[in-house]
Design a protein around this ligand. Structure first.
Ligand SMILES: Nc1ncnc2c1ncn2[C@@H]1O[C@H](COP(=O)(O)OP(=O)(O)OP(=O)(O)O)[C@@H](O)[C@H]1O
Length: 264
């Protein structure tokens, strides 16, 4: 289950800017996790301004499976960074459960990210000197309840089919198994959204299919939404929705095949 992150302790202080007061009426009472409206993202390099996103709208709900596709430089990573609360828009709004993310302090944004977003990458990014179990526990290394974390980490590794690989090191695992460990790690804080950047990019087709199947199961069981950036047509085909970015704008999904989605 996604954690209730709508009322952090610090906003309960007397006189504090209460989060409920900053909420958009549009998302009050519905279950949109994150919504972007007229989102513009610009990067300034010297005198040059690059408009990476040109006023796009998006929303992610529990259990969604959304694929972001598009040619190189079209704004996919920029959008993923906004969804991952790693950045804020230049103009327009991104709301997390109804609250404008630009009103969060950096510390707030980090806390929200930790409790809302899980990240999965093409290159897995496991720590080679830690076992599978320790890698999954890693995001909660400083946790005050290590016993609980260990139990949850074991449960997640069993969930992704690696109950018999807890003490294996990454170089003792196959590519697909490494990605399963990375997915288990991404779930350790019970996120509402998994952001997966080319999650099947380093895997053969069959192993990639297994990972997509696992995503489907996790969406059904944990209610988690999966948002993936992909160049693989078969991954995009599995998605409920395809966001096709071209030059910072969302275009018709039917154009996806001619815009950087590779048939395999
Ligand atoms: N930090 C930055 N500073 C300046 N320009 C940037 C920055 N990050 C991205 N850009 C520019 O913004 C545009 C969108 O980049 P982005 O990385 O989002 O594209 P992408 O679709 O993820 O590309 P790729 O598929 O090659 O990873 C590009 O023109 C890029 O050069």
């Amino acid at each position: 289950m996604a954690p209730d992150i709508s009322a952090p302790a610090e906003t309960d202080q007397p006189g504090a800017d209460r989060e409920e007061d900053r909420q958009s009426p549009r998302d009050a009472g519905n279950d949109v996790i994150i919504r972007g409206e007229s989102v513009v993202k610009e990067y300034q390099t010297g005198a040059q301004t690059v408009q990476a996103l040109k006023g796009i709208d998006f929303s992610i709900q529990p259990s969604d499976f959304v694929a972001i596709v598009g040619p190189s430089g079209s704004g996919k990573s920029t959008l993923l960074n906004l969804l991952g609360l790693l950045d804020v828009p230049t103009r327009g709004t991104v709301r997390l459960r109804g609250t404008d993310v630009s009103t969060f302090s950096d510390g707030d944004r980090t806390t929200k990210r930790k409790h809302t977003i899980g990240f999965v990458f093409q290159s897995f990014y496991l720590i080679p000197t830690l076992t599978a179990l320790e890698n999954v526990e890693m995001p909660r290394m400083l946790d005050r309840t290590p016993k609980k974390t260990r139990e949850r980490a074991k449960q997640l590794l069993r969930r992704v089919g690696l109950g018999d690989r807890l003490d294996h090191y990454p170089d003792e695992l196959s590519g697909g198994q490494k990605q399963r460990v990375a997915i288990a790690r991404s779930l350790i804080n019970d996120p509402a959204i998994l952001l997966a950047d080319e999650p099947t990019g380093n895997l053969d087709r069959e192993t990639g299919d297994d990972i997509l199947e696992l995503f489907d199961e996790l969406r059904a069981e944990e209610n988690v939404a999966v948002v993936t950036v992909t160049h693989d047509a078969y991954v995009a085909e599995e998605a409920d929705r395809v966001v096709n970015l071209v030059d910072g704008e969302i275009t018709d999904a039917d154009e996806a095949e001619s815009n950087g989605v590779v048939e395999q």
